[in-house]
Design a protein around this ligand. Sequence first.
Ligand code: MTE
Ligand code: MO
Length: 310
Amino acid sequence: MKILNSEITPYSSYINRRKFIKNTLLTSLAISFSKPLFSKHSESPSTYNKFLEENDNLNTYHEITNYNNFYEFGTSKSDPAKYSQSFKPLPWQLAVEGLVEKPKIFDLESLLKGITIEDRVYRLRCVEAWSMVIPWQGFSLSKLIEKVKPLSSAKYIQFETVYRPEEMPGQKKLFNEIRGILPWPYVEGLRMDEAMHPLTILSTGMYGHNLLNQNGAPLRLVVPWKYGFKSIKSIVKIRFMDKEPNTTWSDVNPYEYAFYSNVNPQVDHKRWTQATERRIGEFYRRPTLMFNGYEEVAELYKGMDLKKYF
Ligand SMILES: Nc1nc2c(c(=O)[nH]1)N[C@H]1C(S)=C(S)[C@@H](COP(=O)(O)O)O[C@H]1N2
Ligand SMILES: [Mo]
């Protein structure tokens, strides 16, 4: 089903323009290693009201932690909450390798010591056409990138999820086995300018708690203008590369999933429309916004045919 442009425009025009101010209004709290480990913020929705757009409401903690995609723990939305209980997110190491001056294996706690954790209230738009509004805690990925000093030949970054079949029941099935889900480990990628964009964060928490296992503990990517599958969870490796990295979903089905996967109401998924979405907790469908409403990233794609590079 195609939805005409004219049906989308009115919504964008009533989006509150304060959004551009809001993106710069980040509160910062120094991290402390008393509990919770990485984030010390409130669970009360009103704390985050100042970050909300006119037409958005925060999803509840319960919704955000019980309606998940994390195929390592199963394919239905309730599986990750159910089957991730024995996953151990700490201690955690993050390996940074490839085309950098300073490849390094970081211990997560020491990596976070010098880093300020910020609040970022972002919409998450899943390719399956549902969405949520989530109060993340995290920091700009650019801060980590600067630490390792990429070589000028580094044009892309690939991210890799941990491989622990003993703790992640979905990984026990190999891709080509009967009922195998995906090839493991899950990998994703960004172009360097996308990775450096201030909206791109590594998240350590949500609603003031350390991330729960089902949301990608202890460290996951959040790229708010791309479909949810780009926001890879439980990251153990970041690799700087000179070529476009392969990504799990485009390896499995390049016809339906491509590298960029920017939210674009004018480019349908091969099996359904992307022009509208259902916000979890609401009953009506809303028009989907170009770049999920984060129009400031449009300049990254100037001159690119976004129907071809979908
Ligand atoms: N490793 C890994 N990361 C993943 C996924 C996954 O299956 N495995 N699912 C993706 C998809 S499709 C979405 S929509 C988001 C969901 O994040 P949330 O459950 O925290 O809302 O995680 C993404 N990251
Ligand atoms: Mo998704």
